[in-house]
Design a protein around this ligand. Structure first.
Ligand SMILES: Nc1ncnc2c1ncn2[C@@H]1O[C@H](COP(=O)(O)OP(=O)(O)O)[C@@H](O)[C@H]1O
Ligand SMILES: O=C(O)C1=C[C@@H](OP(=O)(O)O)[C@@H](O)[C@H](O)C1
Ligand SMILES: [Mg+2]
Length: 173
């Protein structure tokens, strides 16, 4: 059985929804960013600031490749996981992928006071979210088997929408 991977922009709920979904399916929950932080021994924001984004992407890519081969789980990724082609290949071939779709405006409302996300620590985070959305939405769509609206719905209805769209072949169901 393959991992169920959640993709989407920062704040779309990958970590939050992933925990609920894993509990519902009786599967282990793995948050890629948390795993990376444990392995690096520092926060992603600190690593970004010290080593730069390219170094983070390398660590992220090798961690994804390893976790995707570890068996069934709900795997919450980071928002930039789709940037490298090799990650898209791993997601397409080795995972069932759910895209949590949300508008930059809704995400800005959620994240305006959040200080953990390095890419949003800029003068105009809404503009940054708009440009991340323009760049990444086609990439999320390219890897996703299922897309659910996650910007305005509460957590539980998003979980139900995912389960009903994935259907009976859902791992662990
Ligand atoms: N469907 C939702 N409705 C309301 N708040 C949400 C929803 N999904 C996530 N949140 C909140 O938004 C913030 C970002 O969620 P998070 O799960 O960290 O997103 P991601 O992992 O995609 O960056 C958290 O404070 C979380 O509680
Ligand atoms: O969008 C991105 O490029 C990133 C999103 C973050 O995860 P979330 O999507 O959970 O915020 C984290 O992986 C890192 O800060 C980079
Ligand atoms: Mg997250």
């Amino acid at each position: 059985m393959t991992p169920l991977a959640l993709v989407g922009l920062p704040g779309s709920g990958k970590t939050t929804i992933g925990k609920h979904l894993a509990r519902r399916l009786g599967l282990p929950f793995v948050d890629l960013d948390t795993r990376i932080e444990q392995e690096l021994g520092c926060s992603i924001r600190a690593y970004f600031e010290a080593q730069g984004e390219a170094a983070f992407r390398e660590v992220e890519s090798s961690t994804l490749a390893r976790l995707a081969g570890e068996g069934p789980s709900v795997l919450s990724t980071g928002g930039g996981i789709v940037l490298l082609p090799q990650n898209r290949e791993v997601l397409r071939r080795q995972c069932r992928v759910v895209y949590l779709r949300a508008s930059p405006e809704d995400l800005f409302q959620r994240l305006r006071h959040d200080r953990k996300r390095p890419l949003l620590q800029v003068a105009d985070p809404l503009e940054r979210l708009r440009s991340l959305h323009a760049q990444r939405a086609p990439l999320y769509e390219e890897v996703a088997e299922v897309t659910v609206e996650a910007g305005r719905e509460r957590v539980q209805p998003v979980v139900e929408a995912i389960l009903s769209q994935l259907g009976p072949a859902t791992p662990g169901a």
